[in-house]
Design a protein around this ligand. Sequence first.
Ligand SMILES: *Cc1c(COP(=O)(O)O)cnc(C)c1O
Length: 414
Amino acid sequence: MADQKVIDQAERVLYKTYNRYPVVFDHGKGVTLYDSEGNAYLDFGAGIAVMGLGYGDEAFNQAVKAQVDQFTHISNLFYNAPSADAGEKLLAVSQMDKVFFTNSGTEAIEGALKIAKRYHYNKLHEAMGDGADGCEDWEPDMTGEIIAMNHSFHGRSLGALSVTGNAHYQEPFRPLIPGIKFAEFNNLDSVKALINEKTCAVILETVQGEGGIYPATEEFLKGVRALCDQHGLLMILDEIQCGMGRTGHMFAWQGYGVKPDVMTVAKALGNGMPVGAFLACGPAAAAMVPGDHGTTYGGNPLVTAAAAKVLDLFAERRIVEHVREIGGYLWDTLEKLAAECPLVKDHRGLGLIQGLEFTVPVGPVVQEALLGQKLILISAGANVIRFVPPLVIEKEDVDEMARRLKAAIGAVES
Ligand SMILES: *Cc1c(COP(=O)(O)O)cnc(C)c1O
């Protein structure tokens, strides 16, 4: 009853850009979420790959509470210890040279795109024989083209939407930023064909998440790196969903032996505190100068204290090693389930970012899993169920998920 009141109120006041399920969640512990009537749900969505450490982690919560009492915000006109500490730790695990903290994934993408444009603006000016601050021969359309991938997802702000290869998301908001071209993911020739003298960067997810859980092939990722080197382009990897340990590497690209010039992180970085980042190495790390970019909240002490604690706990608890082990168990479990279920057409993924593609839309299965089986799953496109649980799940959770998913599929089939 109380639930219905909340639902009605939310529908009355909140801008309607989501079709929500009729469940009101109240609190969580570990990999379990509880609705306001006390029903327990096994969560294999983790708030869309955010709650890496699970819900209600004591050590994490203590760190956040301590920072709340110290102070939550100070402007970027001054220094604060948590942001420097979080930055140091993030650079150590990413092998990058510089980091800029943002409030979200989409803002991390905006920053990455600005680095690409600024980097090439600088290069062009150097080639024209003058400094970075003005040149008579320069025209704004001399540079700045970016190659992105079909079926990609990089966020909802206008820049990020411009490189999101999904016509449905883009169409109502045109015109978007100019100079974006789309190649086929895992098709190197399609990237090569789009490169010209104006191209400044290639942006892609190391594992496409929203687009249906497609890991890059090693050949493709190495090929993009080689093309970028050959043509002087920046390689931008979006690790917002697949990063932070999810593939069994701290960042997915570390499993490929390919290093980007620029990368983006968010989602699991703050374990629920809103924090993202863009990071750069080599010359890209110095392309932007004071005045080029800024944010009021970005990297404030509250969210960076959270991120620093997340990185500490990842190391202490050997989260990445755990993901490798449990990811293999999830793989074997889903292989078995796929073999038993004729509706399942394909099984893809790495570590704890896996997908089952069905021959039919998965909406009814996802809904039945939630409402009938108290199992939270999310889709990735119409026909794919995505498995992005908290990174701390154990084998029993995988077994229980498989039991409930089979029951949900059975109920939908009958
Ligand atoms: C979620 C996501 C984003 C956008 O992040 P927000 O925090 O929602 O803005 C960008 N890229 C990828 C790969 C994502 O999964």
